[in-house]
Design a binder for this molecule. Structure first.
Ligand code: ZN
Length: 504
C-alpha cells in the first residue's frame, strides 16, 4: 500500500429508555403506528418546554465509564440549527463543546482505539420515499428518541478493524443493557470518514490531520447508509481501493458524502461537501446546565456489570477455556450466563457422583464449552443467542447431565450427539433418553474382545497387514467395531483390546 489510510468512525446508538429524551412519549418507535408516539414537545410546538430524561444521562455515563472515559462534570446541551423536514423544531438538541464524555477508548485485538467524545442528542423523524411515488412519508415517532453519538479519533487502519470496533461497541451497548443496537433496525448507525495520504505528508495533532509541510492534504470522504457489519468492512475496503486508484492516476478526490449500496457492492456519490455546514450552535436556553457529582460517578462506576473482555479473561482462568472459546462464550451476556449455569449444574452432578469436582473442574468446564460451541450451536447457532434468547428445548441442568455422562464415559461422543438431538425434540433428561434408545456405552473388555475377534475374522487381509506394522489400520477396526455395536463401543477400550489381541 502506497498510502496511509486514515479512518474515523461515528456511531449513533438509540437508547432503550422508557420514554423519549425530553418528553413523556413512549420510546417504542418500531412498534407504534406512524405518528402515534408524539406530543407537542417532540413535535416542537411553540411554547413547549423540554425536560431532560435522567435515565438517558445515566446510560451515557455507564457507557462512558465502561470505555474508560472522562466525564465532564459540568455539561450542557446546545441547539444545532438546520432545516430539514425530519426535524420538526428546525433544530436538534445536541451537545457541542461540553460533551458528557471525552477521552475514552476501546481495545480491539490488542490495539487501543481512542474515542474523542460521546454525547447525548435527540433523534430525528424518519422519512420514507415510496418507490416511484412523487411524495415522501414522514413518521415523527422517532423524533426525540435519545441517541448517543460516539466519535473515534482517526486512528483506524482498515475495514476489518473498523468492523471489529463496531462489533465490540455493539456488544458493550448490549452488555450495559442501554441499547438493542441492531444495525438492520437502525438502532445503531455507523458512518466512516476515510482519507488516503502520502506517508510523511501528514501528522495528527489536536484531533486533526494536518500537513507536515506546505502541501495539500487529500480530502476525506464520508460514507453513510452502512447497515450491517459486513457492509462496514466492504464499504471501507471499496473506498480505499477507489481512492488509491484515483491518486495513482494523479486525479483529485472530491470531498463528498457517499452512500454504500449493498446491491451494487459499491459506494455512490450522494453530495459534494462545499464547506462544513454552519449549524449556528448556541446553548439550549430551555435546559439548565448539568452538574454531575463525583458521588454519582463513583456510584455508577461501582455498579458496572462485568464487561466482555474481563469476563473472557476470567473464563480462561476459571474454566480453562482457550482464548478463542472464551471470546466466543462471552459474545452475548445471556450465552455467558447460560454457560455458567451449566458449569454450576455440572458441579452438582459431579458432587452427586463419586467423582471429584476440585480435581476435574477445569476439564469438565472446558468439555462443556466444547460441546456447547461444537454441538449445541448446531441447533442454536451463535446469532440465535442475541436479544436474551436461550435454548428452548434444552435446560442448563439437562445439558450438564449430558456432559457428565460423556465425562464419566457412560456414553461415547456419537451417542452424546444422538442424545442431544433427542433432548432438543423431547425436552427429557439425557439419562432417560440413553435408556430409551439403549445408548449406554459398552465398556466390558470381554464383550468388546469378542466383537473384535469377529471383525478380525471377517477382515483377514487387513488383520495381516496390521500385524505386519500397518498401525494406521487400528482406526479401520474401531470403525468396524462401532458399526457392529451400533456406535455403543467405548473406543478407548476397543483400542486397548485391539492392541492386546494383535500383539499376542
Ligand atoms: Zn413527545
Amino acid at each position: 500500500m502506497k498510502y496511509d489510510v486514515i479512518i474515523g468512525l461515528e456511531i449513533h446508538a438509540e437508547l432503550k429508555t422508557t420514554s423519549k429524551m425530553f418528553c413523556r412519549c413512549a420510546n417504542n418507535t418500531l412498534k407504534a403506528d406512524p405518528n402515534s408516539a408524539v406530543c407537542p414537545i417532540c413535535l416542537g410546538h411553540p411554547g413547549t418546554l423540554p425536560q431532560l430524561n435522567q435515565e438517558a444521562v445515566n446510560m451515557i455515563l455507564r457507557l462512558g465509564l465502561a470505555l474508560n472515559g472522562e466525564i465532564n462534570q459540568l455539561s450542557k446541551f446546545d441547539r444545532k440549527n438546520y432545516f430539514y423536514p425530519d426535524l420538526p423544531k428546525g433544530y436538534q438538541i445536541s451537545q457541542y463543546d461540553l460533551p458528557l464524555v471525552y477521552n475514552a477508548n476501546l481495545e480491539i485485538d490488542g490495539a487501543n482505539i481512542a474515542i474523542t467524545r460521546l454525547h447525548l442528542e435527540e433523534d430525528t423523524g424518519k422519512l420514507t420515499h415510496p418507490d416511484k411515488a412523487n411524495y415522501t412519508l414522514i413518521d415523527y415517532n422517532r423524533a426525540g428518541v435519545p441517541l448517543i453519538e460516539m466519535v473515534t479519533e482517526p486512528v483506524i487502519k482498515d475495514g476489518k478493524q473498523a468492523k471489529n470496533f463496531c462489533q465490540s461497541y455493539q456488544q458493550l451497548l448490549r452488555y450495559l443493557d442501554i441499547s438493542d443496537a441492531d444495525m438492520e433496525k437502525g438502532q445503531m448507525r455507523c458512518e466512516a470518514n476515510i482519507s488516503l495520504q502520502t506517508p510523511g505528508n501528514w501528522k495528527y495533532e489536536d484531533g486533526q490531520i494536518k500537513p507536515t509541510e506546505k502541501k495539500e492534504l487529500n480530502p476525506k470522504v464520508e460514507i453513510k447508509n452502512i447497515n450491517s457489519f459486513k457492509a462496514v468492512e466492504k464499504a471501507i475496503n471499496f473506498e480505499i481501493a477507489r481512492q488509491s486508484e484515483l491518486l495513482d492516476q494523479e486525479k483529485k478526490i472530491a470531498p463528498e458524502t457517499r452512500g454504500w449500496s449493498d446491491t451494487q457492492n459499491k459506494t455512490i456519490s450522494q453530495r459534494i461537501k462545499e464547506s462544513s455546514a454552519d449549524y449556528r450552535y448556541f446553548p439550549e436556553p430551555d435546559i439548565p446546565p448539568l452538574n454531575i457529582s463525583s458521588t454519582a460517578i463513583k456510584n455508577i462506576q461501582e455498579n458496572l456489570p462485568e464487561l466482555p473482555q474481563a469476563k473472557a479473561a476470567r473464563f480462561q482462568n476459571e474454566y480453562g477455556l482457550n482464548p478463542e472459546t472464551a471470546t466466543l462464550m462471552v459474545s452475548y451476556k445471556n450465552l455467558a450466563q447460560w454457560y455458567e449455569e451449566v458449569v454450576s449444574e455440572l458441579r452438582a452432578w459431579i458432587d452427586a457422583s463419586s467423582d471429584n469436582w476440585e480435581r476435574n473442574n477445569r476439564r469438565l468446564s472446558a468439555l462443556a464449552a466444547n460441546w456447547l460451541t461444537s454441538e449445541l450451536f448446531k441447533y442454536y447457532p451463535i446469532a440465535s443467542w442475541a436479544n436474551q434468547a436461550r435454548p428452548k428445548g434444552i435446560s442448563a441442568e439437562n445439558f450438564a447431565e449430558l456432559i457428565t455422562l460423556i465425562f464419566q464415559e457412560k456414553i461415547n461422543s456419537s451417542a452424546g450427539q444422538k442424545i442431544l438431538s433427542a433432548m432438543n425434540e423431547s425436552n427429557s433428561s439425557p439419562k432417560q433418553i440413553m435408556a430409551d434408545l439403549g445408548l449406554e456405552q459398552i465398556d466390558s473388555s470381554a464383550e468388546l474382545a469378542r466383537v473384535i475377534e469377529s471383525v478380525l475374522t471377517a477382515n483377514p487381509q487387513q488383520a495381516a497387514e496390521y500385524r505386519q506394522g500397518k498401525t494406521a489400520l487400528a482406526q479401520f477396526f474401531v470403525g468396524q467395531v462401532m458399526a457392529q455395536t451400533k456406535g455403543k463401543a467405548n473406543p478407548k477400550i476397543v483400542l486397548e483390546e485391539l492392541a492386546k489381541i494383535l500383539n499376542k
